[in-house]
Design a protein around this ligand. Structure first.
Ligand code: KE4
Length: 432
């Protein structure tokens, strides 16, 4: 049965007349996998519905936020309750205090937190604060990690940047690029070399404590602890970018899972329950450098927006009060990953599958994937064929090899079976 996409195709033609590339975020355009993007109309639980009436099992979940599943009653009701009170004031509200207090109670290292409107705003602001707090200019990031589209991060960036072949984007000035040093992920020696070559000049090291943006790459044994020790020794601010991992890998994110305390944490995605919310926080001593408490300026018209806070508070409160969700996510994702490995064996393939909690990636390479270089040994052509074979079977994957999949609590065992049946057929078809 071949799904038809005629309405999506017509909408995509029309969209390209008024929106660059027809999309409001590049990775959505299917450039990495070929074909044309689907235009969606609605979603409920584990399913998405497109303009042609097709139903898909969702393994992106809006790139992470929809951990409870789509249109969850608790989040929807919270938004309905907030709507009559106007959408925005641009003045402080009680809900922002409740949100800050809840984040501080859930994320081990956060003593103070500032709300913003996206993960990019959170990471841009966090490095500015680290630079202002230390008086130093340079930062270290890791090849293949993505921290949003801030100029300082579009150097050897992952996610959509590498998917589109622009890991170093035009428009980023040499001055900015000179202050961003890069090292291979999981390579402590390379970090030490950069520190030795730039004594007392490095303000921050920022990383995805579990990488999602080159596909899923876990931290090697001792990597996070090693970075923690280096930063403590050198007076460098250690920033965990938990925009993806925050509230997903545990209530307290990767820092809870691995027991490592960063100096600052950036958050996004799940924090807004599907609404545009980001946040950055950390040690009070550092966060007190943020205006108006301190001199480092950062602002936002819609920061702490009452509707967005209502959605985020509902989602985080539900996760905080239902820790059994994390056990369910682990069980379902283990089933998906173990089943995929069995399918690979059945079709005689030795591809790599990486997983941490409810995030996983199938890499179309026989090599272990531990950093950007090894991730890039994947066959993008075979991945593209596999992506469309799964789409035709009603499974909606991330349209890029260099993205992770996100499991939602709405995916139950029988849906995992549906995924695995499609996975076996799609692997056979894509590699025939
Ligand atoms: P946003 O500005 O997109 O809210 O967050 C940027 C960001 C920061 N840090 C990490 C670790 C991230 O993964 C992201 C954004 N993730 C991508 C998915 N790889 C968002 C999807 C997109 O770009 O459309």
């Amino acid at each position: 049965m071949s799904l038809t996409h005629t309405t999506s195709q017509a909408l995509f033609q029309r969209a390209q007349q008024s929106i660059p590339g027809g999309v409001n975020s590049p990775v959505r355009a299917f450039r990495a996998v070929g074909g044309q993007p689907l235009f969606l109309t609605s979603a409920k639980g584990a399913f998405l519905f497109d303009e042609d009436g097709n139903r898909y099992l969702d393994l992106i979940n809006s790139w992470g936020p929809m951990i409870l599943g789509h249109a969850h009653e608790v989040v929807e009701q919270a938004v309905r309750d907030a709507l009559p009170g106007s959408l925005s004031f641009g003045a402080p509200t009680r809900r922002e205090i409740e949100m800050a207090e809840l984040i501080i109670s859930m994320v081990p290292s956060v003593e103070k937190v500032r709300m913003v409107n996206s993960g990019t705003e959170a990471t841009m602001s966090a490095i500015r604060v680290a630079r202002g707090y230390t008086g130093r200019d340079k930062i270290i990031k890791f090849e293949g990690c993505y921290h949003g589209h801030g100029d300082s991060f579009l150097i050897a960036a992952g996610s959509g940047a590498v998917t589109l072949g622009v890991p170093d984007s035009p428009g980023v000035t040499k001055g900015v690029a000179n202050d961003t040093l890069t090292a291979p992920y999981n390579d402590l020696a390379a970090v030490q070399t950069l520190i030795d070559a730039n004594p007392t000049q490095i303000a921050a090291i920022i990383l995805e404590p579990v990488v999602g943006n080159m596909g899923l790459v876990p931290p090697a044994e001792g990597f996070l602890q090693g970075l923690r020790e280096l930063c403590t020794k050198e007076g460098i601010v250690l920033i965990f970018d938990e925009v993806m991992t925050g509230f997903r890998l545990a209530k307290g994110g990767a820092q809870e899972l691995y027991g490592i305390m960063p100096d600052m944490t950036t958050l996004g995605k799940i924090i807004g329950g599907g609404m545009p919310v980001g946040a950055y926080g950390g040690k009070a001593e550092i966060m007190n450098a943020v205006a108006p408490a301190g001199p480092v300026y950062q602002a936002g018209t819609l920061s702490g927006n009452p509707i967005a806070m209502s959605a985020g508070l509902a989602a985080l409160t539900y996760l905080n009060e239902h820790p059994e969700i994390y056990a369910h996510l682990q069980q379902i994702t283990d089933k998906l990953v173990n089943g995929t490995r069995q399918n690979l064996q059945q079709v005689g393939l030795n591809y790599t599958v990486n997983q941490v909690g409810s995030m996983f990636s199938l890499f179309f390479t026989d090599e272990p994937v531990t950093d950007f270089t090894s991730a890039k040994t994947s066959s993008l052509q075979t991945f593209g064929r596999y992506f469309h074979e799964m789409l035709q079977r009603g499974i909606y994957l991330a349209p890029s090899q260099f993205e992770t999949l996100f499991v939602s609590a709405a995916i139950a065992n029988e849906l995992a079976d549906e995924y695995l049946a499609a996975n076996l057929e799609a692997l056979q078809a894509a590699t025939a």
